[in-house]
Design a protein around this ligand. Structure first.
Ligand code: FE
Length: 207
């Protein structure tokens, strides 16, 4: 069972002017595809060959011998998740229940946005910034390279890719501006709200 590259949930020009067609073509068609292809090469003929992507990520996390496979499989998962965290005409306000939770845990939606941008901007080098639920409390965290917040009891609700390939063509070195546009104009709040309502920690990586 090979891992597949899922199609983008929208056209490559659907997030313009915030993310250009060229960036999405390269990011999905070259970067994400390479992670999927490399994962498939690495699992061929091994006990991982018949596992799902989520199972491979879990099986290799924290195992130094499987670092290359973890990095590629986790990046394949992260990108599939990231595409779903955005939509054309996204941003704005979350559904009422999620907005209430954000206000309770961060003070306000604006404070959430400021902290999300600052946390992503402060991630040194490549990585990801996340909104997670940790045993029912919302938190913002960043991770380096391919890492996924997957401690027990943690459910990722949203992520933004802060690798340079995610924004350099459109924003050059202004990573903070890219993350700000992500939270203001692109974020798919209904998707995050659905994950918060439906995903249990036991199934935290189910997309
Ligand atoms: Fe990326």
């Amino acid at each position: 069972m090979a891992i597949t590259l899922p199609p983008l949930p929208y056209a490559t020009d659907a997030l313009e002017p915030h993310i250009s067609k060229r960036t999405l073509e390269l990011h999905h068609g070259a970067h994400h595809k390479k992670y999927v292809d490399t994962t498939n090469q690495l699992i061929e003929g091994t006990p991982h060959a018949n596992k799902s992507l989520e199972e491979i990520v879990h099986a290799t996390a924290g195992d130094a011998k499987s670092k290359k496979l973890f990095n590629n499989a986790a990046q394949a998962w992260n990108h599939s998740f990231f595409w779903q965290c955005m939509k054309p005409n996204g941003g704005g306000k979350p559904p009422a229940e999620l907005e209430k939770r954000i206000a309770a845990d961060f003070g306000s939606l604006d404070k959430f946005r400021d902290t999300f941008v600052a946390t992503g901007a402060a991630q040194f080098g490549s990585g990801w910034v996340w909104l997670i639920a940790r045993r029912n409390k919302l938190e913002i965290v960043s991770t380096g390279n391919a890492e996924i917040p997957m401690d027990s009891g943690v459910v990722p609700l949203l992520t933004c890719d802060v690798w340079e390939h995610a924004y350099y063509l459109d924003y050059q070195n202004k990573r903070d501006r890219f993350i700000e546009v992500f939270v203001q104009k692109l974020v798919h709040w209904e998707y995050a709200a659905k994950r918060l309502a439906q995903t249990t920690p036991e199934k935290e990586l189910a997309l």
